[in-house]
Design a protein around this ligand. Structure first.
Ligand code: ATP
Length: 274
């Protein structure tokens, strides 16, 4: 996208965003509530009209692309409209019939961890289980490009880890993935690169490890002395650890070397535009 803008009345929801997501990449869009993430993603999906700017998705303009293009993308929207009367298996099979080359419905149900619930009506599932149905419907068409809008909201920790493995598997098989998330650990686990949006503008795009200068940021070396916990902030933690090791003659009690977390740099970044 180049110079993407979306205006609702007098609100600039997306205010001149440039972004390239590469084929085969997992890209995470981060940003506070109301930053413009869903608006941008829905424009890319062809579900929302833009006010201005250029957009190309799999070589087509989503505002004009047709059914063939639609069959090549998969969408897990933020809120879904499932039929509560259908069973999980009926629902997934039904969606499979929309696509020219769908994946096997039972395999997809298994992959999202719903094999045991396959015969249960969607309306009887828990919130997290319904979210897994959404994910199943997003991948049933075997998309080249998958959009995931806050996919793991409501997942328990085990389901989130399993979902990550599913996404890593899809990425490994070459699916390009654009996701939005409020979970920084999710972005760190999944994304090749992240983009931080606030107030409709892209503040930074980088790998999770390098965002906001994380990789070169001052490290904190902390340990326990006989008289209590100690720490030093330093640009050369290896040297500090070597000195401590010599001083203690071996193991340094409670030794840790830490750098700012992705959440630390993210919060600092969005704090600057509040
Ligand atoms: N249909 C609409 N009509 C008017 N304003 C809208 C509409 N949809 C979104 N907005 C406004 O556009 C801005 C961006 O909203 P958007 O849903 O894109 O944010 P988001 O980053 O996805 O937020 P969240 O993390 O809460 O999902 C907000 O100020 C929102 O109130």
């Amino acid at each position: 996208m180049r110079g993407l803008r979306k205006r609702y009345g007098d609100v600039d929801a997306v205010n001149g965003v440039d972004l390239d997501v590469r084929q085969g990449e997992v890209f995470a869009l981060l940003g506070p509530n109301g930053a413009g993430k869903s608006t941008a993603v829905e424009i890319l999906e062809g579900h929302r009209r833009r006010t201005a700017g250029e957009v190309s998705v799999l070589g087509a303009d989503p505002a004009r692309a047709g059914r063939d293009w639609r069959a090549r993308i998969g969408i897990v929207p933020q809120t879904s409209a499932e039929n509560p009367q259908l069973t999980v298996r009926e629902m997934v099979r039904h969606f499979a019939s929309y696509y020219p080359r769908p994946r096997d419905p039972d395999e997809v149900i298994e992959a999202v961890g719903l094999a045991e619930q396959a015969g249960r009506r969607v309306g009887r599932l828990s919130g997290g289980q319904r979210r897994r149905v959404d994910v199943a419907l997003g991948i049933i068409g075997d998309p080249e490009l998958l959009f995931l809008d806050e996919p793991t909201t409501g997942f328990d920790p085990d389901a989130r880890r399993r979902f990550w493995e599913l996404i890593q598997g899809l990425a490994h098989d070459g699916t390009t993935i654009l996701l939005t998330t409020h979970y920084l650990d999710e972005a760190e686990a999944l994304a090749d690169r992240v983009g931080v949006i606030a107030a409709g503008r892209m503040l930074a795009v980088d790998t999770p490890a390098r965002l906001g200068g994380r990789a070169t940021a001052t490290a904190r070396v902390s340990w326990r002395d006989p008289d209590g916990p100690r720490h030093i902030d330093t640009a050369s933690p290896t040297q500090v650890v070597a000195e401590l090791s010599a001083k203690f003659g071996g193991e340094v009690p409670e030794l840790a070397v830490t750098r700012p977390s992705l959440e630390d740099v993210y919060l600092e970044m969005i704090g600057a535009v509040r």
